[in-house]
Design a protein around this ligand. Structure first.
Ligand code: NAP
Length: 315
């Protein structure tokens, strides 16, 4: 019998129980134990921790930790809290999450392509007016971030007939139907070519505030924005100014610098904004547990730690 796997996080009790049950079902040969139930000897023996927003002071009480498995795909908070001295952090790369996110990208891209915000406003004003139809082949969708989620989204968008472009840090091979951009110059090119910009970037030192007044002004006049990455990538004041000036026609925001979105935020009431409560790509316990199971089993069999986050790079 191996040492227990520690479970650390700030989930509510029902959520924690659901994740623990899913992990136990996916890995019946292992024992998952909430950190608070571990004795000092057990804490000293722990090699693997599965975490969801853990308290860094608790992580520090696991002196022989070999690696940490995050239950979230985004790890900027973990990287910030645990710092460069942390045990390797393995983030969640879950095909089911990628599928859910790609579905959300397609759904909200259609929302903008089919002018639903404008028809909502027309209904409120009891206006009967048919706006010109733009077929997907005439609509450029630019993805900021072409990783696990961006590439899954690109596949759905290409299938649906949109003109797809994708931006990454390093140049990448891309599938047929996707135009690749990379680096700072590539960003200007992608923004100028996109009718809808979809952010699926991680939050890092380089991406914080990336979509500022200058970059929003570099978007096509009247383009739409979807932010499913992290809130702090878009500068809120600059976005509101761009919406007020009509430079950006509508923003679908699922992520915010502070969550839940504070009641006094102007975004709640702005007619050019759709607010979603961080729901575009939820972690589902069953599929996340299957991913954790695959990684833990590979580690037990080979002793090799799964591919980890580059803490210096931030993702
Ligand atoms: P990933 O596989 O690590 O991909 C990240 C992509 O961003 C890569 O293509 C990377 O470029 C690119 N990138 C990073 N920094 C860049 C920079 N400075 N300039 C240009 N491109 C840059 O991550 P993922 O799994 O797709 O997830 C992306 C993010 O989505 C997560 O970090 C998380 O914040 C967010 N997320 C949100 C939800 C939600 O419900 N709203 C759910 C899950 C995840 P390279 O390819 O060159 O490395």
């Amino acid at each position: 019998m191996s040492e227990p796997i520690a479970f650390l996080g700030n989930l509510d009790p029902d959520e924690e129980a659901e994740f623990l049950a899913a992990l136990a079902a996916a890995l019946p040969e292992e024992t998952f134990r909430p950190f608070r139930t571990l004795t000092p000897d057990e804490r000293a023996a722990v090699r693997i921790a599965v975490v969801a927003n853990p308290d860094p002071a608790e992580v520090a009480q696991l002196p022989n930790l070999a690696w940490i498995h995050s239950l979230w795909a985004g790890v900027e908070r973990l990287v910030r809290d645990l710092g460069t001295g942390s045990a390797p952090i393995v983030r969640l790369i879950d095909p089911e999450l990628a599928r859910t996110m790609a579905e959300a990208v397609l759904a909200w891209t259609y929302y903008l392509q089919r002018d639903m915000p404008a028809y909502r406003r027309q209904q409120e004003a009891e206006t009967w007016r048919q706006l010109p139809y733009r077929p997907p082949g005439e609509v450029g969708v630019g993805l900021l971030g072409f990783g696990a989620l961006g590439s899954a989204a690109a596949e759905r968008l290409v299938e649906a007939g949109f003109r797809v472009a994708a931006w990454s840090r390093a140049p990448k091979a891309v599938p047929t139907g996707v135009t690749a951009f990379s680096g700072p110059d590539g960003l200007t090119g992608l923004l100028a070519a996109s009718d809808i910009v979809v952010c699926l970037l991680p939050l890092t030192e380089e991406t914080r505030g990336l979509l500022d007044a200058g970059r929003l002004a570099a978007m096509k006049p009247g383009a739409g924005l979807i932010n499913f990455g992290r809130g702090a990538i878009v500068e809120t004041e600059a976005l509101i100014a761009a919406l007020d000036a009509g430079r950006v026609s509508h923003a679908v925001l699922d992520v915010f610098p502070v969550e839940p979105l504070p009641p006094d935020s102007a975004l709640w009431r702005h007619p050019g904004v759709t607010v979603l409560p961080h729901i575009s790509g939820p972690t589902t316990p069953g599929s996340a547990a299957a991913v954790v199971a695959g990684n833990v089993r590979a580690y037990r069999a080979t002793g090799r730690i799964p591919a980890a986050v580059d803490v210096a790079r931030g993702y």
